[in-house]
Design a protein around this ligand. Sequence first.
Ligand SMILES: [Zn+2]
Length: 241
Amino acid sequence: MTSSKYRVEQLETTRSTTLHVNPTFPDLKEKVAILTALPLLQTNVTIPQMLTSNPVNKYSNFKCIARIKDFEAYRTWYTVKCSKCGRKLDEEEDGYACIDHENIDPKFSYCVNASIIDDTTTTKVVFFNEAMTDMLKISCKKMVIEGANKDTFVIPHELATHIGKLKLFDLTMKKDRGIIVNKATDIAAEQHLNTHGPTQKPLTITPITPDPKNVSLKRSRPDTLGASNENSEPKHQKTTN
Ligand SMILES: [Zn+2]
């Protein structure tokens, strides 16, 4: 353990790697808590590896490099709910109304069913509001109202433009095997090639040589994306080998 104030150390990326943190550093403490709470983060796995993994926890987290293959237009892509009771609302002639409440502020949320594909396999995923807003940089309400995309069965153009683009998917698989997208980040094709080249680096969830004054735990640095590497797995991950 280190006792020097606000100091973070990273050893070589081996099984013995430990993040030493002064527990009173508030910002870092919070981030470390988030990282250590992550169950079974598996980085840079393929979709088949993810689908055949053994569900140990209620939730398993994965990072996969894949593309959006399609959005499922036969299912609605957004919902509107009452701001007071959460009841799902349908649009009436004069807007959205709840049978129990007046003066509501209808809450618009993305809920988009999609399929993603990597080199070999396709799987179904769901984008909820936060992940889709982050990917599109447009709130659901804006997309529906200002974008004139009221039809819940017509996928807006803004979503369709993401089909086929290479992305790093941060995914959670539930025990029922349902897969939720936490974040989908664009990857340049050349970066993807680099991850398969001879100079590949492991994906790391800890900062490399962090500046103690500016510590930030970036989990998906584009320059550190790499193929799955046993030695780069976070220490809290349980493995079967
Ligand atoms: Zn209501």
